[in-house]
Write a protein that binds this ligand. Structure first.
Ligand code: G3I
Length: 347
């Protein structure tokens, strides 16, 4: 019984995949993904720096392969992400002299980017993370990104409008991280209400869910329910749970590789003790209980499949050994995987 099948009466279960999968079929990873997930999202290949590295130069090779992979496996395909301050090339925002472009120019570039990308996969990509990470917990809640600085708050609604015009049938989402933090929750509600009040299509709020073992569950549930009460779906879009302690001080990549650092911040580098496997399971199970308790949760997507390839091995410094996902480095299902499955099997 694959994961997605077990949870089919609750929500879709998705995986973020990369070109190591969709360009190389018939791997262990491929078998896991085909057997356990009914939705996919691309980790990197649809980001603006990959799609349009220079103005007017569109690169669709990996994105095409990704979409074909999802179609071949009859999956709900999610595009990630249209407008984000990170992994967006400088040419969007500055002219040759290095000055910010005008509002009109940036809106025009945004429109061309969104319409070209969404238009290419019209009817094939079923949902888009339209705007990613627009809020912060400080001040008025708006992240001072180039998008915000040059266009103003309106950049969000323009992005949703352009995406909707390019594919009127596609679902459109606002996506962000740490949305359990009260200030970020409120800022998100403000952004989404603006769209709803103006009658602009938005189907859901994506909660990235890059959690730690001690991320507060009550706060997560409060946000899930608050977002649902706006009348939109709630998507869990980038779920993974780090078992490593988060460094409190700023560390450079070099420090991260030192023995002292590893002893302090990479305590499980020789293998995860069973006790920690169980802690990870318990956290996943508790989260899934929250997700199952709220009807508006319509998809739960993991940010990766095997610990071997998790981005968390390299965050916030390179070469740590993290264990955030459901399959281990040898592609075997972990205690956490069985814990989540048991939730449904026991019913
Ligand atoms: O592909 C190149 C490789 O050729 C090169 O040798 C290597 C050198 O560093 O870099 C490789 O690209 C890296 C890429 O991941 C593929 O591994 C980039 O440097 C690196 O920046 C990129 O990181 C991605 C990150 O977004 C960028 O912000 C992670 O894979 C990806 O998991 C992560 O995903 C984000 C979501 O999009 C948004 N939410 C947060 C999440 C985690 O940061």
């Amino acid at each position: 019984n694959g994961l997605a099948e077990l949870f089919q009466d609750h929500f879709k279960v998705g995986a973020a995949i990369s070109n190591r999968l969709y360009n190389a079929h018939n791997s262990d990873l491929d078998t896991i993904v085909r057997n356990n997930f009914n939705s996919v999202v691309a980790v990197n290949c649809m980001k603006s720096e990959r799609i349009q590295p220079d103005e007017g130069v569109f690169v669709f090779k990996d994105a095409d392969s990704f979409v074909k992979y999802g179609e071949a496996n009859d999956m709900f395909i999610v595009g990630h992400t249209l407008v984000w301050h990170s992994q967006a090339p400088d040419w969007f925002f500055v002219d040759e002299a290095g000055n910010n472009v005008s509002r009109e120019v940036l809106i025009d570039r945004m429109e061309k980017h969104i319409k070209t990308l969404v238009g290419r996969y019209k009817g094939r990509v079923h949902g888009w993370d339209v705007v990613n990470e627009a809020v912060v917990s400080e001040g008025d809640g708006w992240r001072r990104s180039k998008w915000y600085e040059i266009i103003g708050e309106e950049y969000v609604e323009l992005a949703f409008q352009f995406a909707h015009e390019a594919d009127p049938d596609a679902e459109l989402y606002y996506n962000d991280y740490n949305l359990y933090v009260p200030a970020r929750r409120e800022a998100t509600i403000k952004v989404v209400k603006r769209l709803l009040d103006k009658g602009i299509r938005i189907d859901g709020i994506g909660m990235q869910a890059h959690y730690l073992l001690d991320t507060p569950l009550e706060q997560i549930k409060t946000s899930v329910d608050a977002f649902a009460s706006l009348g939109v779906n709630v998507l869990v879009t980038e779920l993974d749970i780090s078992v490593l302690p988060f460094p409190n001080e700023n560390v450079s990549a070099d420090v991260g590789l030192s023995i002292e650092y590893k002893e302090k911040y990479d305590p499980y580098r020789n293998g995860l003790p069973n006790e920690m496997e169980q802690k990870l399971r318990d956290k996943y199970v508790d989260l899934f209980k929250i997700y199952m308790s709220q009807k508006a949760v319509s998809r739960v997507t993991f940010w990766g499949v095997s610990d071997r390839y998790s981005w968390k091995n390299n965050f916030p410094v390179k070469n740590r050994t993290d264990y955030p996902l459901l399959w281990d480095r040898e592609f075997k299902p972990k205690v956490a995987f069985h814990g989540i499955c048991d939730l449904m099997k026991k019913q």
